[in-house]
Design a protein around this ligand. Structure first.
Ligand SMILES: NC(=O)c1ccc[n+]([C@@H]2O[C@H](COP(=O)([O-])OP(=O)(O)OC[C@H]3O[C@@H](n4cnc5c(N)ncnc54)[C@H](O)[C@@H]3O)[C@@H](O)[C@H]2O)c1
Length: 462
């Protein structure tokens, strides 16, 4: 293409893009963005002591306990873990008076413990939660609530029977950002929801769950047999112990670790009970380190129309082999806008379809004779007033204040439920409604089939 024709072509392309609005939303976003700062963590004051214990003191166990102890009136009595190094670290962190044990059941026997945080690998969640509720303890159980769908029904039944306070740890549902996004969604800010898309892409060894293994990991410092629980008896293997997420026997793969956060957030926002059909595919591309799960996964969910939301499709993706370096978002796409969620922040972009269709650019208009173009414009101007012209796209962004931790608010909600008897924000049924479809993604991937899901019974059909 000669240079001046090329310039003309590009100019025309620009005019076309302007006429059809392509790219204009991003441009407007940059120039017209209105920023809002959300309020910070909930204020709490209480003299009413709640004494807790941590069960499973790994990355999340330490994080959860530290966060819980920031809530006024909360005290740590003891911790349980299968690796001596973690028990030593707990004493170094909170003092020698701390009760430490390898056997969580010792903590459940104690009358001076009101609540436990369960942050073990996924395959232990159900057993410890059930044992704890039966011993009269309140339970904060990390996500995914369970490793298998049937275990979830046992947790729900035990909660009903014991009436214990039980909350699942998908902290995002207590985030000030999600609460605000929910309000906007409910006010009709994005019109009719028709698609949800989310991705969590990464490209690092730690992001792909190759966590560090301590040099003193050996059969004396680790109770490997208890870790294995009822899974296949493998010889001592610190890799399995510290990188349990990479194995179907102990973890729940990408769906249970990551999709479950996305599903929990969505269900909270739109008051959904879940999808009716699930299909997943994937591949093990880059992290061939002995893991028996894929590192790239895509899942499609069909959500049926209900009283609270229209029918829509959802597409979730995780790619641990993303040479682009990774990144994440969750988008709720409606006919009049998009809510794009970060973690404790989100944007609402509004883009209403104008009444006037427009003309010119990539259109037959340019092919009309001059005379016909004049006649067309005259006719068009009679049909459409200026008010029917495209509206300017608007973007509002909402951010939690710097340092905001949604997990703190999630713990406040949990402890408030213990103190006041108010319902928790994320109960066992909610937990299984989020974990169940995530686990069904694994079922679809490994069995290579479409899963029919019953959102009312919270189970696979057939
Ligand atoms: N809410 C979130 O954002 C979030 C983030 C990360 C992890 N998690 C969840 O937290 C849980 C723990 O994940 P992690 O990354 O901390 O794992 P981790 O491997 O770092 O820690 C697990 C700990 O549990 C201990 N353990 C194993 N079996 C036990 C048993 N029977 N009794 C007592 N201790 C036992 C191990 O010794 C280990 O210290 C997982 O279910 C994970 O999905 C949640």
């Amino acid at each position: 293409m000669p240079n001046n024709s090329r310039r003309k072509f590009l100019q025309n392309l620009g005019a076309t893009a302007a006429a059809i609005g392509a790219g204009s939303l991003t441009a407007m976003a940059a120039s017209n963005e209105i920023k809002h700062t959300l309020k910070g963590e909930k204020k709490v004051s209480s003299n009413d002591k709640i004494r807790i214990a941590g069960i499973g003191m790994g990355i999340m166990g330490f994080g959860d306990v530290k966060c819980a102890l920031r809530v006024p009136g909360v005290e740590l009595v003891g911790v349980a873990d299968l690796y001596t190094g973690h028990l030593d670290k707990a004493k170094a962190t909170w003092g020698n008076q701390l009760i430490t044990t390898r056997d969580y059941r010792e903590l459940l026997e104690r009358k001076d413990i009101d609540a436990v945080i369960v942050a073990t690998p996924d395959h232990w969640h159900d057993t410890i939660s059930i044992d704890a509720m039966k011993k009269g303890k309140a339970v904060y159980c990390e996500k995914p609530m369970v490793q298998k769908i049937s275990e979830g029904h046992q947790v729900i039944a035990t909660q009903k029977q014991t009436k214990a306070v039980f909350q699942v740890g998908s902290q995002r549902v207590s985030s000030v950002a999600l609460a605000e996004a929910k309000k906007l969604y409910q006010s009709g800010a994005i019109g009719q929801l028709n698609f949800v898309e989310a991705k969590i892409d990464r490209h690092s060894a730690l992001g792909a769950w190759q966590y560090s293994i301590p040099t003193d990991a050996n059969p004396k410092t680790i109770d490997y047999n208890t870790f294995l629980k009822d899974t296949a008896k493998t010889p001592f293997d610190p890799v399995r112990f510290f990188r349990w997420r990479n194995y179907q026997a102990y973890g729940t793969g990408v769906p249970g670790d990551l999709f479950v956060h996305l599903i929990s957030g969505l269900h909270f926002m739109i008051d959904s009970n879940g999808p009716e059909r699930i299909y997943a595919t994937g591949n093990l591309v880059q992290w061939k380190d002995g893991r028996d799960i894929p590192d790239v996964m895509v899942a499609i969910f069909d959500y049926p129309a209900t009283d609270t939301h229209p029918a829509f499709q959802m597409n979730l993706r995780v790619n641990f082999a993303d040479g682009g370096g990774g990144g994440e978002y969750t988008r709720l796409i409606g006919t009049e806008g998009v809510i794009e969620l970060g973690w404790n922040d989100f944007k609402v972009k509004q883009h209403k379809l104008p009444e006037a269709p427009g003309y010119g650019g990539w259109d037959t208009f340019g092919t009309f004779t001059e005379e016909q173009q004049k006649a067309f414009i005259e006719d068009y101007n009679k049909k459409y007033s200026a008010a029917a012209a495209p509206l300017k796209a608007a973007t509002n962004s909402y951010n939690a204040p710097a340092g905001y931790d949604d997990r703190y608010d999630h713990f406040v909600n949990f402890f408030e439920a213990i103190r006041s008897g108010k319902p928790v924000v994320e109960d066992a049924s909610f937990g299984l409604r989020a974990a169940g479809p995530a686990l069904a993604v694994n079922e679809s991937y490994f069995k290579k089939k479409i899963i029919q899901w019953d959102p009312k019974k919270i189970d696979i059909i057939g």
